[in-house]
Design a protein. Structure first.
Length: 320
């Protein structure tokens, strides 16, 4: 009887202990001065569970009633760089644990400037992107880290940027149905990444005067038809897209179109493009085509692009 009662008491104690919530507390300081950062938002998250707290004037915070689990933690505040705790790698919270987690926040950087048209008039509503290389490889695309939009005076401001080397782009559009039409341009007024100038930001600085002059260029046609390489007939129900080599993120500003009769038409500004097409028949068989098209100062018409069946590679994997 005594042993049985002790068993149930211990079992109840263990169950109650597992349900005890955890607490996380700590201090948030500025990395450059070591002074407290007030009104910073500290967030813990794990799957769909989120808990948060705000620092006081002394940079201190406390988050209570946290269910045990492997949480990630981060802190944010305007004017500082969004900061994750220890690269998001830390041990799970245990039931009833009271854990201290401190943060050092680096001050954010700013890139600002003005966007003009070819007549020196301010352009409103132009998106400007601050981008960093995804790796050290020269042909790797850039990733957008922040963006801003020009106001009625043409001025834009991209804030909360971490220290690093950035390329800045004023984004135009490749759609002829939008007016006025401006081509995208990289700072300082370059059409290709190889001709662009990077901007190196250190902690807490503003790179001002990063200005752009956007032009409304002539547009030209890229047109032709898709054929099935096996039958020589026009290929219907083909998805085709045009990728602009001048776009640093490797994607196209042009919409993907679906061809009903095998014919296609794009209106573009001068530049180098990749035309990529794909087709899947009723039996699920895939065919593809890719072609580089260079547009200078004339239309590129009457192209014939052949769709070829996808290749099959067979082999065997052998454990080392």
């Amino acid at each position: 009887m005594y042993i049985s009662l002790l068993f149930w008491v211990l079992l109840g104690w263990q169950a109650a202990n597992q349900l005890r919530p955890a607490t996380v507390h700590g201090t948030v300081l500025a990395a450059d001065t070591g002074r407290p950062v007030g009104r910073a938002l500290v967030v813990l998250w794990y799957n769909s569970t989120t808990r948060s707290g705000t620092t006081d004037a002394n940079g201190r915070y406390e988050i209570q009633n946290i269910d045990p689990g492997p949480y990630s933690a981060a802190v944010s505040k305007p004017g500082f760089v969004y900061t994750e705790f220890n690269g998001r790698r830390w041990s799970p919270l245990s039931a009833g644990e009271d854990r201290g987690i401190d943060f050092l926040m680096a001050r954010a950087n700013v890139i600002s400037g003005t966007v003009f048209d070819e007549h020196g008039e301010a352009l409103r509503g132009i998106a400007v992107q601050a981008m960093m290389k995804a790796s050290s490889e020269p042909r790797m695309p850039l990733r957008v880290q922040g963006w801003g939009t020009s106001d009625d005076r043409g001025r834009y401001r991209i804030h909360d940027l971490a220290a690093g080397r950035y390329y800045v782009q004023a984004v135009g559009n490749q759609r002829s149905d939008l007016a006025p039409h401006y081509a995208s341009v990289l700072y300082p007024n370059a059409n290709a990444l190889a001709d662009a100038q990077s901007i190196n930001l250190t902690e807490g600085n503003e790179a001002a005067g990063v200005n752009f002059s956007m032009r409304e260029p002539a547009t030209y046609n890229i047109s032709g038809r898709m054929i099935d390489a096996t039958t020589g007939q026009a290929a219907a129900s083909v998805s085709i897209r045009l990728e602009w080599d001048g776009n640093p993120d490797g994607h196209s500003d042009l919409p993907t179109i679906t061809l009903a009769n095998g014919e296609f038409l794009f209106q573009v500004t001068p530049g180098s493009y990749r035309l990529v097409a794909s087709h899947s028949d009723a039996g699920g068989r895939q065919s593809y085509a890719k072609r580089v098209v260079n547009v200078s100062n004339r239309n590129i018409d009457h192209l014939t692009i052949s769709l070829s069946p996808a290749a099959t590679i067979k082999g065997r994997l052998i454990a080392a």
